[in-house]
Write a protein that binds this ligand. Structure first.
Ligand code: ATP
Ligand code: MG
Length: 209
């Protein structure tokens, strides 16, 4: 099983959105996929309650139980596991990073988000796992994303070649327990998420099969 955590100290960076969309992409590709929601706000778990199917499986866990829950998902045949974390540098996000094959950091291309990224990086790096920043919610006009890449270059962190636009389908689909791929299969959000999913799979290897 491969485990990918989505971590950022910045609230609203897009952690839950990214984890759920990638988990559905993984399930649609035929992999047994689960999400563990570590955030007391339980946004991912609430999304699953609104969903009409049990795929992907979404579980809630406390940081103190995470290691056991990850083992349990692997034992029952999980192939891909996404960990959605809370927006604080508490122990739960660090434990998630330690248990991961890859850490994704969603980051909006805005100055406050870029500033906060430094703090997130400092503590995630202590887990010694591969880290990749994914620029999220990029405006369709302007050069915010390119400027963000310039600002990030000095940090010595990998920047994902796939960027996600600011797209209604990413937000609206979650309201009805879907993701963009189900809500608007031919839309740009779907195409972007498919590319991001391919990138993640290429980074973690061919899943735990
Ligand atoms: N690429 C995007 N395009 C449009 N809306 C987005 C995008 N990414 C996230 N959003 C919206 O931004 C808001 C915050 O996203 P989300 O809840 O995923 O962030 P988060 O990092 O999980 O937040 P928290 O820190 O509170 O857990 C949500 O309303 C979500 O629908
Ligand atoms: Mg969240």
């Amino acid at each position: 099983m491969k485990t990918v955590s989505v971590i950022s100290q910045k609230g609203g960076a897009g952690k839950t959105t990214m984890a759920l969309h990638l988990a559905v992409a993984s399930a649609l590709s035929g992999r047994n996929t689960a999400v563990i929601d570590l955030d007391p706000q339980a946004s991912a778990a609430n999304w699953a309650d609104r969903r009409e199917t049990e795929v992907p499986v979404v579980l809630s866990a406390h940081a103190s139980r995470l290691r056991r829950e990850v083992t349990r998902v692997a034992i029952i045949g999980g192939e891909m596991l996404y960990l959605d974390t809370a927006p604080h540098s508490d122990g739960s996000a660090l434990e998630a990073a330690r248990l991961s094959d890859l850490v994704l950091i969603p980051c909006r291309p805005a100055i406050l988000d870029l500033d906060a990224l430094n703090n997130s990086l400092d503590f995630i790096r202590t887990a010694h796992k591969p880290i990749c920043v994914v620029l999220n919610a990029i405006a369709s006009v302007g050069h915010d994303a390119d400027q963000a890449v310039e600002a990030l270059q000095g940090l010595g962190v990998e920047i994902c070649p796939v960027r996600l636009g600011n797209r209604v389908a990413f937000a609206r689909s979650l309201i009805t327990g879907q993701v963009a791929q189900e809500f608007d299969p031919k839309g740009k959000a779907t195409a972007e998420m498919e590319r991001l999913h391919q990138f993640v799979q290429s980074r973690v290897g061919k899943s735990g099969r």
